[in-house]
Design a protein around this ligand. Sequence first.
Ligand SMILES: Cc1cc2nc3c(=O)[nH]c(=O)nc-3n(C[C@H](O)[C@H](O)[C@H](O)COP(=O)(O)OP(=O)(O)OC[C@H]3O[C@@H](n4cnc5c(N)ncnc54)[C@H](O)[C@@H]3O)c2cc1C
Length: 187
Amino acid sequence: MYDIAIIGAGTAGGSAAVFAAKAGKKTIVIDSGKSMTKRALILNHYGIEEIAGPELIEIGQKQAANFGAEIVQDTVVNVTKTENGLKVEGESGTYEAKHVILATGALATLAEKIGVNTKDGTEPRIKTIVDVGLDGKTNIDGIWAAGTVAGVSVHTIITAGDGAKVAINVISELNGERYVDHDVLKN
Ligand SMILES: Cc1cc2nc3c(=O)[nH]c(=O)nc-3n(C[C@H](O)[C@H](O)[C@H](O)COP(=O)(O)OP(=O)(O)OC[C@H]3O[C@@H](n4cnc5c(N)ncnc54)[C@H](O)[C@@H]3O)c2cc1C
């Protein structure tokens, strides 16, 4: 049983995975390899002068894996409730988790299929988004959403920050107290 299963390993899902795995939560990231970020040349990401989208994604996934996140290539087709949590069904495997974060980018089809409430998008070319609260919670207990699919502005630094924000909220819920991740410079 994973603490957190993240569906989508773009900037939102990847950054959620970094925070979740670094906090010691058993984390799996399931991705179908269709990140829109793979087409981007990014010149506006704070702290990075220039980076190609595929490289940003690759570094982020490596960072998450270094903290212990499992990253698997699969397309998730269903998420259902079980007695203990949630069952995530992929085309190639099944994964059980206490919490699920939907970070599926421009694709809201999975959210619609599993009964998560959606609404019209407001960003250019993003037709449908998940209806989430400020904390990233959907209408289904244990299912959260972050990034473009949650209606966040379609920019890497914003979607990455939103993935981190939602992961911090999930970690806080698992820990039963507000979570802060601060590392300190050594002299
Ligand atoms: C051409 C182009 C240029 C861009 N240029 C810039 C730029 O210069 N600066 C900038 O800030 N932003 C830019 N962006 C926007 C940026 O890429 C996005 O805002 C942001 O990174 C999206 O992050 P995300 O994690 O929400 O979605 P994505 O990066 O799209 O990731 C979503 C992931 O979810 C996976 N997924 C979806 N459904 C499933 C499923 N059922 N099962 C498993 N996995 C699934 C997909 O395969 C994908 O990998 C650009 C976008 C495009 C298309």
